[in-house]
Design a binder for this molecule. Structure first.
Ligand SMILES: [Zn+2]
Length: 72
């Protein structure tokens, strides 16, 4: 028998709003909704995907970016 006393789980991710670590909780009754115990921000899986897409764009650009030489 599963012991379902906790309704939230913590993950080692950064809060999208306050960037605190390990403060984001996932409510198992409302999956895809994340809450931060530090700043009380609430955001969705789609918000995280949008943020990750922005990072992926940056990383993709890095691969093609010319090497900038300081004080050329
Ligand atoms: Zn936060």
């Amino acid at each position: 028998m599963a012991t379902a006393t906790t309704t939230t789980r913590g993950f080692s991710v950064l809060c999208l709003r306050c960037a605190e670590e390990e403060t984001v909780r996932v409510d198992v009754h409302a999956l895809h909704t994340f809450t931060c115990t530090s700043c009380d921000a609430e955001f969705s899986a789609d918000d995280v995907r949008a943020e990750m897409a922005r990072w992926e764009k940056l990383l993709a650009w890095l691969d093609t970016a010319p090497a900038f030489k300081g004080g050329n």
